[in-house]
Design a protein around this ligand. Structure first.
Ligand SMILES: NC(=O)c1ccc[n+]([C@@H]2O[C@H](COP(=O)([O-])OP(=O)(O)OC[C@H]3O[C@@H](n4cnc5c(N)ncnc54)[C@H](OP(=O)(O)O)[C@@H]3O)[C@@H](O)[C@H]2O)c1
Length: 301
């Protein structure tokens, strides 16, 4: 199968490209700067797009799987008004470009995998959150709702669409984990805020495995939570991190300091959701790293 990954130069896209290419699939990474996308495996190549239109790549998507991951990075800097606009707009434009490409294709793509995040649900205290849970109302929740809606028109064109509501991805090479590990290395690690907030996460191998499962399993359709089946609180996660790194987890990062350092983004770390991947489990997906201990032992080992 041919897989087209928008934003495929990022953390999730690269891991997915490697996995698909190693199984013999043809992989096309759509990037705004294909010349800078080094290190792709055999069987994968980078193609230019502008992130906004179907120009230059629509002809590639016949009979393919499209995985729409593109969007301005959420964690590289404070959320100013301008950044918030870009975070939202880049995702909507990428979604609309996918719809335009699907419209143009004579033989329609087999599936569109639409990225989203567990932020869709907003902050829910101790409530268990599955795919039936109503959306939240804060900024991130609204972005996720609009982002998901951006590719909805492909369904009317007869294309199967799955939505991956992803929890923060744990990986050695990027995302949240290296930032969480850093203070522990210097013996100043601890919980964030009260630590009582739920802290959803997924191991990068399970993120890739779940995307592939949904791509290949033609019965699956609609939203799926991509998060570990055993959610933890932030305090439990921090204690485990300290234990596995042989460091104390004694120094909490106070909420006010996180807010000063990270601005509105801190809300995402100080809130949280007790997410369960109900539909993935019901569909028969097996997690390689279902709990925080096995995931962190693998990633920190
Ligand atoms: N990683 C996580 O923990 C996590 C959790 C939940 C949801 N997600 C979502 O899943 C998607 C993939 O995650 P990721 O961690 O792989 O993201 P990432 O590492 O930030 O990569 C996203 C890619 O999107 C492209 N991009 C950035 N700004 C853009 C813009 N303004 N317009 C068009 N394209 C742009 C970039 O590719 P080029 O520069 O090559 O064009 C970049 O490599 C993201 O949308 C993210 O929000 C991620």
């Amino acid at each position: 199968m041919r897989a087209i990954i928008t934003g495929g130069s990022g953390l999730i896209g690269r891991a997915l490209a490697n996995s698909l290419a190693s199984s013999g699939h043809e992989v096309i990474v759509l990037s705004r700067a294909p010349g800078r996308v080094g290190g792709l495996p055999d069987g994968a190549r980078a193609v230019r797009w502008d992130g906004r239109t179907a120009e230059g790549w629509a002809q590639l998507c016949e009979d393919a799987a499209i995985i729409n991951l593109a969007g301005e990075n959420l964690s590289s800097g404070r959320w100013t008004g301008e950044r918030k606009r870009r975070i939202r707009q880049s995702r909507l434009e990428a979604g609309w470009a996918v719809v335009a490409a699907v419209e143009a294709a004579e033989r329609k793509p087999r599936v569109v995998v639409q990225a989203s995040a567990v932020g869709y649900y907003g902050f829910r205290g101790d409530e268990e959150v599955d795919e039936q849970t109503s959306p939240g109302e804060d900024y991130l929740a609204r972005v996720c709702q609009d982002w998901e809606a951006s590719t909805a028109p492909v369904e009317a064109l007869g294309v199967r669409r799955v939505i991956i509501r992803t929890a923060p991805v744990l990986s050695r090479t990027g995302g949240m984990l290296p930032r969480l590990v850093l203070p522990f290395r210097f013996f100043v690690g601890g919980r964030l805020g009260s630590g009582r907030q739920w802290f959803p996460w997924i191991h990068i191998a399970d993120e890739v495995g779940a995307i592939r499962f949904l791509m290949e399993n033609e019965q699956t359709i609609g939203p799926f939570n991509l998060s570990s089946p055993h959610p933890t609180t932030n305090a439990q996660f921090s204690r485990l991190l300290g234990r596995l790194m042989s460091r104390p987890a004694l120094i909490p990062a106070p909420s006010f300091a996180l807010r000063i350092l990270l601005g509105q983004m801190a809300t995402a770390l100080l809130g949280g959701q007790r997410v369960v991947p109900r539909r993935l489990l019901d569909a028969g997906f097996t997690f390689a790293f279902p709990d925080a201990f096995t995931a962190l032992r693998d990633l920190l080992g």
